[in-house]
Design a protein around this ligand. Structure first.
Ligand code: DP6
Length: 402
């Protein structure tokens, strides 16, 4: 059997200016522009291998070792767009093999457990689009391809770039100008680091697609957000990133997370993504910034209770002196901090302990770690990468089973 194969990895991104609301649900066109930071793939990434062969009888997909249906309309729409682009190439050059007519096998794996509770659809769709674009040798650039990823899942369009990324909402009804662009690459401001506090949740949250539709339909505050708040913040956040102004970046990030969750609360019936633990972490971050008399940490929350904290490398010791005291027993530190570093943080905490005011001391002793399942220490990272690592056997066209 003659099989053609390509593999790509793609990153997770976490918005600092949130996408929430669609003006067109079929094309996934947003009601506002958004901005995100791409996270390093060493810690969080999806690897996808796409293969095509004249002899494959049907399109097939395997996700994290399990065969899944390809029948959802969003995936179908992505595959159709990619095949249409390939068809144009084949029409221009009839010597090309007719991949656009052949079926696909797609195998995809995350390097983080699904149980981590991190939305993986952005990395998943980004890796799907990029691996097939590679396989089809499409000439389109990442911004063009981001329009296809957008149709899979809105936030996925931003995972087509590394560093700092904007999704420009556009105004065309066909979505032709609703795409991701890079604000700055990872090397422009490589010192942004992130810690994800994975918060235990007892029930499944409202999926973001239906949650945002409920907000669009019922929240008046949402109208204020998209017309008056986000447009200004979009410019300010871009400037903060270009100027590497952490204090401005952090303030905007925290305010925007709060604004997005306020529109969820203002939806009717209300939607709650953050829980008590999430809210305690918000307070803790403000206490930490106040204690150091400087904005050294910013929190942000997506459609779930997990906290993502952004900070600068140069402030890591200050921040971890307090965070390690609280969350040191949670798993995730071992692979990143040497035992010497862990001891140093404990000593540092003992030194500052007497200077902490009551509010923060109480938070430190409140047993917050019991509600956290793990921590993930990571940083800003690069965009999708082509890789020689393959998940498909090139003789059988089936997933490689380990
Ligand atoms: C809160 O991209 O998951 O994470 O387009 O319906 O697939 P769909 O939604 P999705 O929504 C993400 C919402 C968010 C904010 C963000 O990432 O900007």
């Amino acid at each position: 059997m003659s099989i053609h194969i390509a593999s790509t990895t793609a990153p997770v991104n976490i918005a600092t200016l949130k996408y929430w609301g669609k003006r067109d649900t079929a094309l996934n066109l947003p009601t506002n522009s958004s901005i995100s930071v791409t996270l390093a793939q060493d810690d969080l990434r999806t690897l996808t291998t796409a293969a095509t062969s004249e002899e494959f009888p049907e399109d097939k997909l395997w996700l994290n070792g399990k065969e899944e249906s390809l029948q959802n309309p969003r995936t179908q729409s992505c595959l159709k767009d990619l095949r249409d682009l390939r068809k144009q190439l084949e029409e221009a050059d009839p010597s090309l093999p007719p991949f656009s007519k052949w079926k696909l096998h797609i195998v995809s794996e995350n390097n983080f457990p699904t149980a981590a509770g991190l939305a993986s659809s952005a990395a998943g769709f980004a890796a799907l689009i990029m691996s097939i674009a590679k396989l089809y040798k499409l000439p389109q650039d990442a911004s063009e391809l981001s329009k296809i990823a957008r149709k899979g899942s809105g936030s996925a369009c931003r995972s087509l770039f590394g560093g700092y990324v904007a999704w420009e909402m556009g105004s065309n009804t066909d979505g032709s100008d609703s795409k991701a662009v890079q604000i700055a690459d990872v090397d422009h401001w490589p010192d942004i680091k992130a810690i994800v506090l994975v918060v235990s949740a007892d029930k499944k949250d409202t999926p973001s697609t239906s949650g945002m539709q409920a907000t669009v339909a019922t929240s008046e505050l949402f109208q204020h957000r998209i017309h008056n708040v986000v447009p200004k913040r979009f410019q300010e956040m871009k400037t903060a990133i270009l100027n590497k102004d952490f204090a401005a970046f952090a303030d905007l990030t925290m305010k925007d997370s709060n604004s997005f969750h306020a529109t969820c609360l203002d939806s009717y019936p209300p939607i709650f993504y953050m829980n008590d633990t999430s809210r305690k972490i918000v307070k803790l971050c403000h206490e930490i910034n106040q204690f150091y008399n400087e904005t050294i940490v910013a929190y942000t929350y997506d459609a779930g209770p997990n906290a993502v904290l952004y900070y600068l490398k140069e402030n890591e010791d200050k921040l971890f002196t307090i965070l390690y005291k609280i969350f040191g027993n949670n798993s995730g530190w071992e692979s990143k901090l040497t035992p010497q570093k862990q001891n140093f943080l404990i000593e540092q905490y003992n030194e500052i302990k007497s200077q902490l005011d009551d509010n923060i001391s109480k938070m430190v002793d409140a047993g917050l770690n019991e509600y956290i399942t793990r921590v993930i220490l990571t940083k800003v990272g690069a965009g999708p990468q082509e890789t020689s690592e393959s998940l498909i056997n090139d003789l059988t066209g089936l997933p490689i089973v380990e």
